[in-house]
Write a protein that binds this ligand. Sequence first.
Ligand code: HAX
Length: 435
Amino acid sequence: MLLKEKITAQLPEWRDRVTKLVKENGDVKVGEVSVSQIYGGIRGVKSLVTDISYVDPNEGIRLRGYTIPELLEKLPKSGDAKFPLAGGVYYLLLVGDIPTLEQAQAVENEWKQRNELPDYVLNVLRAMPKDSHPMTMFSQAILALENQSVFAKRYFEGMTKMDYWEATLEDSLNLTAKLPSIAAFIYNLKYGNGEFVKPDPSLDWSANFAYMIGKGDDDEYKDLARLYFLIHSDHESGNVSAHATHLVGSALSSVYYACSAGINGLAGPLHGLANQECLRWLLDLQGEFDHFPSKEELEKFAWDTLNAGQVIPGYGHPVLRRPDPRFTAQFEFGKQFMPDDDLFKLAALVYEVVPGVLGELGKVKNPWPNVDAISGTLQYHYGVTEFDFYTVMFGVSRIMGVTANAVWARALGQPIERPKSLTTKMLEEIVAEAK
Ligand code: HAX
């Protein structure tokens, strides 16, 4: 298999590099930890390692060294598509290089051979209460697939440590292959006729998602799916979904357990659920006026939200200090394909007004839009109006990133995570001694 060959070829060098770094420089200090960081969500503590992506506060995400605009330009596209194949994105995350079109298609073909969704998973989803959140259903479906884990089976057969990554790659391909089908089935079950639509083998992974939710004739939506699945795939290791996945995986739980945990984290309103909250806020704003609001009216609406003790969803970020390039890429898509859409125009006005309001608040470190500020608006335009579903699409994409990280964590022998906790009294004593 192409991916296995490409990773195998790099492994000796990577293993030597990491072993040498730790053996010869293991005691070199990378940073310090302050009391406020310990109480403040470990913000900014340099304690994780990944070579798959890096978030620069000003520049935003780079996947394997490439910015979002570079990726949109360089990653291979098939046929008339204007946006890249997800198979190429996954190749890039796993292997580290921009693939050729043939290499991207090889990953797409690998997925096609593994995309069959067992009946029992469909039945688990059918058995869930009608008011289950789509993220609960998504996490549940991933967990239900755990019995298929190649890693778990081979581990109990006595697989050697050196082979962990290969079994993890198998699980990762088997899981990622099924994600569009799982997501589309949840969509159809929750909002449609409950039909399970099989993927069309002539379509790519992203376009198949569009096809299975009934948008097979909409080429623009297929391109939006390709863009969406690219930009949400990875965002360093410290965000909740990535870190939760890594933490659970570090116990050698399979990627099914680990990804289900990551998805549970993504379901939080301060993380992936912000995209649903964001659209809700925008629709509330739209509903508030019988006309297109003026800047002053919007400003007042934003202050009303803040004064009610709520956050403005889609704005702010723990690391970024500029507009998120993932926002910008989607905003450009909107400008190109739906410049006259009322909701898009409103989102554009929010972008003009809200950073100023958050700036005036004084405490917000980053008043700029993040990835979630616009993604729902684009979905809404194409008729995917059920906004509690949006985070599932985020999850479909994010699992590409977290499984690529899982493969490399196993390949480089990353151990079980175990940070140390202290009591408040101990911290008080440390502070007293420092004075
Ligand atoms: N609206 C109102 N207040 C905000 C705010 C916003 N959009 N962003 C930050 N603040 C507030 C914080 O709540 C915090 O207030 P307190 O000190 O009273 O607790 C203060 O400003 C400082 O926060 P910060 O250091 O700037 O930001 P954090 O790193 O603590 O939090 C968040 C980052 C993304 C959680 C935050 O900006 C937020 O709640 N934004 C709105 C929700 C959102 O868009 N989440 C999605 C983030 C992207 C993502 O992960 N997607 O999956």
